[in-house]
Design a protein around this ligand. Structure first.
Ligand code: ADE
Ligand code: ZN
Length: 358
């Protein structure tokens, strides 16, 4: 027999919204900074990770890229990141955001970057059976022209694991403004790349940002997307699109201060019927892991075992791997869930979530 917490931790998981530098262990971050002569805001991890808004967090996030220098640094971080997530939450598949321009500016080429990360992740796939894909990301703090250049760079160097593009950070004005990057997204579509984008994340964003990402940028998936529940008409359009959302509970607690209850925007998204999966976003920076995203958030949001297993399956369903790999992942996940359902010690937790309190 297992507890509900163990059930949630052991659910087979696909993580679709995860920034590569953020899978670094805290100790490795400080150690690599020392090895590669990088001056961080602080070498005290508690001080380094002390922020409560997106802008301050992004400063530390961008600085952390500098600690990665040699191909070995990338491969080690990649490998350890998988090992840790398998132990913490039974990770079976993951897609990683990578910001090439954060590395190109220091002379690390796109090919070296992708090859070094892939090497570590391929070794981890051999050892732990965790599949992966990579998503080069537009950095919104750079210009719209640089976004087009990113898409050109990605299409000039095809790689079997690079399947689409994403977009993170904020504009220099502190906004999401998806439409500023329309040309890059249109080009990505013409080049056959999948598309996702961070949209509707914090209080500075809107439901319209989410709809712009889906309807104008042509996104196949949306990262975050929480503000969509603020506008019933736009929520309807998001539902009709069928586009899945990769949500990250712990980051919302740090960056927006949202409590984990049945009125949390992620809870409302799930209840509205949007296809929602859970991810860590930035594990090291929000002191989370893929197990904790489920165990800390879902019971407090009012979800039962059947809701949690559906959320886990949505992660596999929304993955950008090949149809064959997806079919295998889904079959394995379904078998894992059946075994966990049989082992759960409290049958009441199999029931769907109750109606939320108003
Ligand atoms: N880059 C890394 N994490 C991010 C987040 N949560 N929002 C925007 N950009 C990011
Ligand atoms: Zn993110």
């Amino acid at each position: 027999m297992i507890s509900f917490t163990d059930y949630l931790r052991l659910l087979p998981k696909a993580e679709l919204h995860c920034h590569f530098v953020s899978v670094m262990r805290p100790g490795r971050l400080v150690e690599l900074a020392a090895k590669n002569d990088v001056l961080l805001k602080s070498t005290d991890v508690d001080e380094l990770l002390d922020y409560d808004n997106l802008v301050d967090f992004l400063d530390v996030f961008n600085a952390a890229h500098e600690v990665l220098v040699s191909p070995d640094d990338f491969a080690t971080v990649a490998y350890e990141g998988v090992l840790d997530a398998v132990e913490a939450g039974n990770l079976r598949y993951r897609e990683y955001y990578v910001n090439p321009f954060n590395f190109l500016s220091r002379g690390i080429s796109y090919e070296t970057l992708i090859d070094s990360i892939s090497q570590g992740l391929a070794q981890a796939e051999t050892d732990f059976g965790v599949g992966f894909r990579l998503i080069p990301a537009i950095n919104r703090s750079h210009s719209a022209q640089s976004a087009v250049e990113l898409v050109e760079l990605v299409s000039a160097h095809p790689h079997e694991k690079v399947v689409g593009i994403g977009m993170d950070d904020l504009t220099p004005e502190g906004l999401e403004e998806p439409l500023r990057f329309r040309e890059a997204y249109e080009l990505a579509g013409r080049r056959g790349l999948k598309r996702t984008a961070h949209a509707g994340e914090t209080m500075a964003a809107s439901a319209q940002n989410v709809i712009d990402a889906i309807e104008t940028l042509g996104c196949d998936r949306v990262d975050h997307g929480y503000r969509i529940v603020d506008d019933p008409a736009l929520l309807r359009r998001a539902l009709d699109s069928g586009v899945p959302f990769a949500c990250t509970p712990l980051s919302t607690r740090v960056l927006s201060g949202w409590a984990f209850d049945d009125q949390h925007r992620i809870a409302r998204m799930v209840r509205a019927g949007l296809p929602v999966s859970l991810s860590t976003d930035d594990a090291v920076f929000f002191r989370t892991d893929i197990g904790l995203e489920y165990t800390a958030a879902l019971p407090s949001m009012g979800f039962a075992a059947s809701d949690a297993s559906q959320i886990a399956l949505t992660g596999f369903d929304a993955a950008w791997c090949s149809p064959e790999e997806k079919a295998r992942l889904l079959a394995d996940a379904a078998a894992g869930i059946r075994a966990l359902d049989a082992a759960l010690d409290n049958p009441a937790l199999h029931t769907p979530a109750k109606e939320p309190t108003k």
